[in-house]
Design a protein around this ligand. Sequence first.
Ligand SMILES: C[S@@+](CC[C@H](N)C(=O)[O-])C[C@H]1O[C@@H](n2cnc3c(N)ncnc32)[C@H](O)[C@@H]1O
Length: 243
Amino acid sequence: MPAGLTLVGVGPGDPELLTLAAVRAIEQADVVATPVAREGSASMAATIASHCISTKQRLLPLLFPMVSAARPRREAWHLAADALAAEVKAGQAVVLLCEGDASLFATGSYVLLALQQRHPDCPTRVIPGITAISAAAASAGWPLALQQDQLLVMPCPETPDALTGLLETAAQHPRVLALMKLGHRWAWVRPLLERQNMLSGALFAERVGWPDQIVRSAGDIEASERPYFSLLLVRQGWPDVLP
Ligand SMILES: C[S@@+](CC[C@H](N)C(=O)[O-])C[C@H]1O[C@@H](n2cnc3c(N)ncnc32)[C@H](O)[C@@H]1O
């Protein structure tokens, strides 16, 4: 494979959920870059793609701390972009693994933007992956959007008021909501959905594709803090014409 950087979507969770293009790019890479949240911690993306990675390849862990402050996040993106560009300049074919799709709320997207800014001559490409919302919907046999439905993908709102407003607007359209980064917010989101009688139209998904995945009707999941890797799909109505 020629020198360059390829962002590769893998999973989510399930090692079977890799495109042929993803498998080929990973297998042919000299360097496999993997995002990690802490020094020395395991990379979820590398675990998913481990069946495509050989001992002859060099692993390059890139640290992206999970903090909200702008400065450490920018520093991490710039450091990662510089490290990847240096590998490519040295003639290496590099892949950067991303969990799910490489363009949806993905660390890889920030790295790509930083590279375009700081190293515009670095050849890059992106191999799309399967989003966690698609994998969750597929796992439950839950149609994401039909006919005139809208689909709004966004982080879960921070407050009950904001979520209530969002649900009201969604009901008028009709708009299916895909709420990412649900995690600890589930402790108040569930009671809110229950009060509004919306639990039966909502699908809860946690660690989709991993052996311990939970994909259930929202009503089956107790109100409590859940892991960061959880999401919610909310449908408030169905099109008139259905089989
Ligand atoms: C930084 S975003 C990454 C999204 C990813 N690029 C995608 O295409 O789905 C992280 C959020 O995606 C969702 N997510 C990612 N992987 C997941 C999984 N395996 N199971 C459930 N939710 C997941 C969660 O809402 C999590 O908070």
